[in-house]
Design a protein around this ligand. Structure first.
Ligand code: SF4
Length: 358
């Protein structure tokens, strides 16, 4: 493996991460940027563009499965305002970066974190906890706030010149904008955003997966991101809103899933994730519900045929049912509102605290 790198950097594509790398590169050090991706964040398709406009050396690092394992086990530091486990996320990424540091023969890790910029993950105590829990105490450099933090071994040894690092703190962007101008950045990324876990609508989609999927994987969250989402107890149904969704749902379907299709009418395709095989009555209920999203089937005013197959419309036929399209079936398909999800997260966190105390 290449040993020409001095450092690896957590590179989100945000302004802080670009500047943190530029500040270190300016000292003549060579940096490999790691762009972490998962179903929840990351824009790997932009990596070539970033290489072109910023002249950065970027590798895409898929952290999906480790991230989903952390979510499933629940983040030790809890969730932020929505379903964003920011402190645990930083710890996880830094752990992954440490592995990559060794792989690239680098001797330290760069992070664009700024002291006091975010309420949950960038307070001084959080920054210290992140550094400790990720086991990167001796190798983590935060160039943008370094002069406000204790000197690191890289500064003490002279590998990095502390005087050329920065003292940026807080939520303002003035100093970052000045640095962006200094480095003549061709594009200034807009602030933050881009993490699906921080958006309520997505949290509504993801939470039931975390609650009900026996062993969630990244693939489950990709399915949760697609089409309309409905749950009836532990039964999960994803319904396409248009032909693009239908195609995407088929790409997400597992071979054992139940695929619902109306052969005689244009309209949705639906995927039922079978953690265990669904009872015939459940398949029939979901078939009637799926048919209710096909306007022409509803207007027909009679029973319509829904084919249920395994894995794809060409898969094993599980049943072919004649059903009346019905949005209000006995199983009561639905999805929790954000306030209901928030309440469940709080209850779960409370239960965990009580059992910790016990
Ligand atoms: S907003 Fe999302 S990507 Fe950013 S630190 Fe939090 S969990 Fe991680």
């Amino acid at each position: 493996m290449n040993t020409a790198y001095d450092a690896v950097a957590l590179y989100s594509g945000g302004l802080d991460s670009i500047l943190a790398v530029k500040v270190v590169e300016e000292q003549g050090l060579r940096v490999k940027c790691l762009h972490c991706v998962s179903p929840f964040f990351g824009k790997p398709s932009l990596a070539p563009h970033w290489r072109d406009i910023y002249g950065l050396d970027i590798a895409v690092l898929d952290v999906s499965e480790a991230f989903v394992r952390m979510l499933t086990a629940r983040p030790a530091y809890g969730f932020g305002k929505v379903l964003n486990p920011c402190v645990d996320c930083k710890i996880l990424m830094l752990r992954q970066a440490r592995v990559q540091m060794n792989r690239y023969g680098a001797s330290f890790i760069i992070s664009g974190e700024v002291l006091g910029q975010r309420p949950m993950s960038q307070r001084r105590d959080s920054l210290n906890a992140i550094r400790r829990d990720a086991a990167v105490r001796d190798v983590l450099l935060r160039p943008l706030s370094a002069q406000l933090l204790d000197p690191t071994p890289m500064e003490l040894s002279g590998l990095v010149d502390r005087r050329r690092l920065h003292d940026i703190a807080g939520r303002g962007r003035k100093k970052q904008m000045a640095l962006a101008e200094y480095f003549r950045l061709a594009e200034i990324p807009t602030p933050a955003g881009g993490c699906r876990l921080a958006e309520r609508e997505n949290a509504r989609r993801y939470w039931p997966v975390l609650r009900h999927a026996p062993h969630p994987t990244a693939a489950e969250f990709r399915l949760a991101d697609t089409g309309r989402q409905y749950w009836a107890g532990e039964h999960w149904l994803s319904v396409g809103r248009n032909s693009r969704d239908n195609d995407a749902l088929l790409r997400c379907a597992f071979p054992e899933d139940a695929v619902f299709d109306l052969p005689d009418f244009p309209g949705p395709l639906a995927v039922g994730r079978q953690f265990v095989d669904w009872e015939p009555a459940v398949l029939r209920d979901a078939a009637a519900f799926t048919a209710s999203f096909a306007p022409k089937a509803v207007r027909a005013g009679r029973e319509v045929t829904v084919r249920v197959t395994r894995g794809s419309p060409r898969g094993e036929l599980l049943c072919e049912c004649a059903v009346l399209p019905d949005r209000d079936t006995p199983l009561g398909w639905g999805i929790s509102s954000w306030s209901e999800v928030r309440e469940k997260i709080r209850t779960e966190a409370g239960d965990a605290a009580q059992s910790d105390e016990g």
